[in-house]
Design a protein around this ligand. Structure first.
Ligand code: NOJ
Ligand code: NOJ
Length: 574
């Protein structure tokens, strides 16, 4: 018994040593490869991005199964945020030209009319473009409303550096601010409209999107104030407060995790949520749970539930102790390209934990609450809720174990990174061999940001400290208009006419939740709906009779709402 206990202690300690040694070695060998991997995928002169215009980030050089030779606003903005952080903290002074290329390229893309609309009618929500800066016009999960927010966050970081370094005040105001204002106005006016999630699959509301929109408007308001663009400040702040309020609704208190999307019918356990903690990390915000900071009790509980969701479903995780690092992917139900672990998801877990360690060290203590108890008990089954100061034995046991746990995730990526250091999108859930897109730019950037966090590096905050969640939420986004729909339709007794369409206010194409019209002026059926201004609204009427649903014939009906006021649409059932 005693021997077994000692033996397991020894194996725990050697296991931990092996993990941190493996993480050390991986950081040393992979850092330059990951940096070169990012740079190779940026035009015009990246070695793997021929044909990409200056400042355009290709997602991956893979041209088939999958074809990723496109530029996504999300990937590009996350990648450039990492480069801008390196530049603005003096880690790499050579990046400035590339950053200027990026902001210029994004300014061009903003103006490209595309299937989501023009720059003023929703086109900013377009997820991806061709690498020659033309529109991608095939079917796709659009719009994706995280892109403008992530792009604004990246550019604000750069603009703040320019201002602080006394160069470019007029460049910031005349060139960067107009780009920022388009994205921030878009977020202000559209955050409450449905969106495809970051995985481009579910059309509803999505935690990651809401959180990055909140961050963008919060720092956007502060930035606008700083450069004297005060007219936008109150609008951005109002919607930031609404976003912060809405953000709370994703928390599932029974399950102890964040449900990633409001739609989709999955468990909701999703890398989306861990990515949110690292991309909205503000080192000045402590362990605040309202913004799901990496060391907050909610984000830690969520991390455990999310990681655990992959332990028993993939053979690559078999034989791994229940409290040790495991391979993780986008979400357990995933089947895209076989549904496998993703390097960037593994890196994100490590990064959240390193971020948490940074803040505990900064504040000289850590809190265990009833919400985070299960997370901490993985590392010390006897721990109870309380505050543990950095001198205490419990603090040291927990932080040492959590550092090893984090290193364990890097060790997983290390184990399944091929000898040339290349990072694809996925690795096999059964044997760990690389799968799907090769040289995924985002995989490299995710490796770099996790390594930086392991080194204790932090970057500028965005105003997440001292926020108060409003006591009641308002969905009031930007301007809205009142639209009257009248449709001529003859019906039989007991039959009713409903409407649904592509807007939240029209129940997002749900026949079950479609809105019933009034027959007060039969055979004209009517309803008044509040819809976003300046938007293309698609809709259809449906009939319901004894539980049977009949849709109008194709195509969908479409109107463009005016900028303000009210609007009446007269139709006949088709
Ligand atoms: C391509 C998207 O990029 C990916 O995220 C998604 O899983 C597949 N389409 C399947 O919808
Ligand atoms: C598929 C991923 O699901 C999506 O998030 C990403 O933007 C694209 N691939 C491009 O990397």
């Amino acid at each position: 018994m005693r021997f077994a206990f000692l033996a397991s202690l020894v194996s725990l300690a050697t296991g931990a040593l092996a993990q941190s040694a493996s993480a050390d070695a991986y950081v040393a060998s992979e850092s330059p490869i990951a940096k070169a991997g990012v740079l190779a995928n940026i035009g015009p002169s990246g070695s793997k991005s021929q044909g990409a215009k200056a400042g355009i980030v290709i997602a991956s050089p893979s041209t088939s199964n999958p074809n990723y030779l496109y530029t996504w606003t999300r990937d590009s903005s996350l990648v450039f945020k990492a480069l801008i952080d390196q530049f603005t903290t003096g880690e790499d002074d050579s990046l400035r030209t590339l950053i200027d290329d990026f902001t210029s390229a994004e300014a061009v893309l903003q103006q490209v009319s595309n299937p989501s609309g023009t720059v003023s009618t929703g086109g900013l929500g377009e997820p991806k473009f061709n690498i020659d800066e033309t529109a991608f016009t095939d079917a796709w999960g659009r719009p994706q409303r995280d892109g403008p927010a992530l792009r604004a966050t990246a550019i604000i970081t750069y603009a703040n550096w320019l201002l602080a370094n006394g160069n470019g005040t007029s460049y910031v105001t005349n060139t960067l601010w107009p780009i920022l204002k388009l994205d921030l106005d878009y977020v202000e006016n559209n955050w409450n409209q449905s969106t495809f999630d970051l995985w481009e699959e579910i059309n509803s509301s999505s935690f990651f999107t809401t959180a990055v929109q909140h961050r963008a408007l919060r720092e956007g308001a502060a930035f606008a104030n700083k450069i004297g663009q005060t007219s936008v400040v109150s609008g951005y702040t109002t919607q930031a407060n609404n976003l912060l309020c809405f953000l709370q609704s994703y928390w599932n208190p029974t399950g102890g995790y964040v449900t990633a999307n409001t739609g989709g019918g999955r468990s909701g356990k999703d890398s989306n949520t861990v990515l949110t903690s690292i991309h909205t990390f503000d080192p000045a915000a402590g362990c605040d749970a309202a913004t799901f900071q990496p060391c907050s009790d909610k984000a830690l509980s969520n991390l455990k539930v999310y990681v655990d969701a992959f332990r028993s479903i993939w053979s690559i995780n078999s034989g791994i102790a229940a409290n040790a690092a495991a391979a993780v992917g986008r979400y357990p139900e995933d089947s895209y390209q076989g549904g496998n672990p993703w390097y960037l998801s593994v890196s994100a877990v490590a990064e959240q934990l390193y971020d948490a360690l940074i803040v505990w060290d900064q504040q000289g203590s850590l809190d265990v609450t009833s919400t985070s108890l299960a997370f901490f008990q993985q590392f010390d089954s006897s721990v109870t809720a309380g505050t543990y100061a950095s001198g205490s034995a419990t603090y040291s046991t927990l932080t040492t174990a959590i550092k090893n746990f984090a290193d364990g995730f890097l060790a997983i990526n290390a184990k399944y990174t091929p000898s040339n250091g290349g990072l694809a999108e996925q690795f096999s859930k059964s044997n760990g061999s690389p799968l799907s897109a090769v040289d995924l730019t985002w995989s490299y950037a995710a490796a770099l940001t996790s390594f930086a966090a392991r080194d204790g590096k932090t970057y500028a905050g965005w105003g997440a400290d001292n926020l108060t969640v409003p006591s009641s939420c308002s969905s009031g986004s930007g301007a809205s208009v009142s639209v009257t729909f009248n449709v001529q339709a003859t019906t039989v007794f007991g039959e009713n006419i409903y409407i649904t369409g592509n807007q939240a206010a029209l129940q997002n194409w749900s026949p079950d939740n479609a809105l019933i019209l009034s027959s007060a002026n039969y055979p004209t059926w009517s309803i008044i709906v509040t819809l976003p201004a300046n938007s293309v609204v698609e809709y259809k009427y449906i009939r319901k009779f004894n539980g049977a649903v009949t849709w109008e014939s194709d195509p969908n009906n479409s109107i463009t709402t005016p900028a303000s006021g009210s609007f009446t649409q007269n139709d006949s059932w088709r």
